[in-house]
Design a binder for this molecule. Sequence first.
Ligand SMILES: [Fe+2]
Length: 305
Amino acid sequence: MKKNDILASAKINFNELSNEIKAEISVLGGLDIFTDAHVQGVVDITTKICTEMKMPYEMLKRCVLCAYLHDVGKVFIPSEILQKNEKLTQEEYEVMKTHTTLGYDLCMNYPEFKDLAPIVRAHHESFDGSGYPDGLKGNDIPYEASLIKVADVYDALSRKRQYKDKMSNSDTIAIMLQEVENNRMCAKFLYYLIIYLLDETSSKLAEQVHIVDEYEKELETLHELENIYKEIYDSGYTNKLQRKLNRYQLQPGYDMSTNAQLLISKQKVYEEESKTYKFLLSEEEKLQNQLKQGKKLAQKEKWYN
Ligand SMILES: [Fe+2]
C-alpha cells in the first residue's frame, strides 16, 4: 500500500483539513468566500464524493481547495446580476459567465493558486464542448473541474431558494443522470455522489423507523389508557380499574382529558413522522435504481480512464 493510500484509508481529520485550507485561502485577504452557503454546499459535496472515492489526502485537499475557489470570480460580478431573483437576460448571462475567466485571472496572480487556475476556469465546461468559457471537450477538461461541476450542479439544483422549494435527492439525480446521458457531465463522479446520498438516506431511514416505532408504542399505551378511562366513565371507579391505571405510573393530576389531548397531539406528530418515513423509503428505492443506472454509465464512460 502506498503512503497516500494509507492516508486515504485512515480517518481524515476534516477540522484539520478545513484549517489548512482556510490558512491557504487567507492570502486572498478581503475576499470573503467562507460565508457563502452555495460555496459551503459545493465544498461539502466535493468532500463527500472524494471520501467515497477513497481519494488520497493530497488529492482530496486539492479538490476541496478548488471547490472553495471555483466561483471566486463572482466577486467581480455586479451584485444586481448576482442577486437577481428572476431569469437573467442574455446580456446579463454573458456577464455572469465571465466569473470563470475572472476567477482564472485572479488565481494566476497568486503563485500558490497558479496551477488551480485552469480548474477554476473550466468548472462550467461540458464533455461535448457546449460549456464555457473555452468550449473544452472530454479529457481536455481537468478532472477536478468535472468533479466540481457535479458538486456545483447538485448544490444549485437541490438548494432551497427564495423562489423555489428544495428538490428531493432523487429528482436532482434524475436531472443529473440526464446530463450524463447527454454527454455533458461526468458519470464517475455522479456515481460516487449517488453512493453517498443512498448511504445517507438509508441511515436516515433506519433512524426514522426507530422514531415511528416509538410513536406507535406510545400511541398504543394511550389507547389502552383511553379504554380504561371509558370503562371508568361507564361504570365508575372500581379497585380493579384503579389497579389497571396504577400499572402506568401516571403523573399526579393525569386524567381522561389529559390523555385525550395527548392522543390528539401525538397522533398528529405520528402522521408527520410516518410521512417522512414513507418519503425516505421511496427515496431509498429510487436512489437504488439510480445507482444501478449511474454504475452502468460510469462503466462505459470513456473520460478519465
Ligand atoms: Fe460557477
